[in-house]
Design a protein around this ligand. Structure first.
Ligand code: SF4
Length: 198
């Protein structure tokens, strides 16, 4: 019997992740909405919505792993569309802080809704496959964050409150100290508002 031809599974997985990233970008262009948002502009609106307090321009640049001129240009466009307001930071005259306008918050709510094609693709996954994928991508993202390839995100694996395998041999092996509850791989968070850096 001959082996199945092909490259290493690691390479196949990277191809698959790249394809998913491509699908997300295409979906983002199709979902530009009434303000014709580019994928970066949509990311900025979504990122600001996830942070109830004002954010500095520099923090946004770090969070989105972009460059100051690129973010600055996108923010100018969002301000012209009246989705974002820029103010001088009260504690540092050189810094600019950003907040969403009411229209920006409405746009952020629209962006929260998952495109139908992704909802259908995810609905086809079994609970076990969903948990395995979340576990796998969380571990990959943490490794890339540790190597400073991507910015730190508010994920369970980097959270003070996260106690992995605190309840071994149960169907909810991990524990979140913030809500004081056990949870399983399928509930791992990759962007949690209650995250505290460890
Ligand atoms: S607070 Fe959020 S990020 Fe931290 S362990 Fe709990 S669910 Fe995970």
């Amino acid at each position: 019997m001959k082996d199945v031809p092909g490259t290493a599974p690691e390479e196949q997985l990277l191809v698959a992740l790249a394809r998913l990233g491509q699908a997300l970008r295409i979906s983002s262009y199709r979902n530009a909405g009434p303000y014709r948002l580019s994928p970066l502009q949509a990311d900025i609106v979504s990122t600001l919505a996830g942070h109830p307090h004002q954010r500095r321009l520099g923090e946004l640049t770090d969070a989105l792993a972009s460059s100051p001129p690129t973010i600055s240009d996108a923010v100018k466009t969002l301000a012209a569309k009246e989705l974002v307001e820029r103010q001088r930071d009260a504690s540092d005259a050189r810094a600019v802080t950003l907040t969403l306008t009411a229209a920006g918050r409405t746009e952020a709510e629209r962006l929260v809704h998952m495109p139908d094609e992704f909802a259908e693709a995810l609905a086809a996954l079994s609970p076990n496959d969903m948990a395995a994928m979340l576990r796998g991508v969380s571990a990959m993202i943490k490794s890339l964050q540790d190597r400073k390839v991507i910015p730190v995100s508010r994920m369970c694996l980097t959270c003070t409150y996260f106690h992995p395998d605190a309840h071994p041999r149960t169907d909810k092996p991990h524990h979140c100290g913030f809500v004081d509850n056990p949870f399983d791989d399928a509930e791992l968070r990759l962007d949690c508002p209650d995250h505290m850096s460890s």
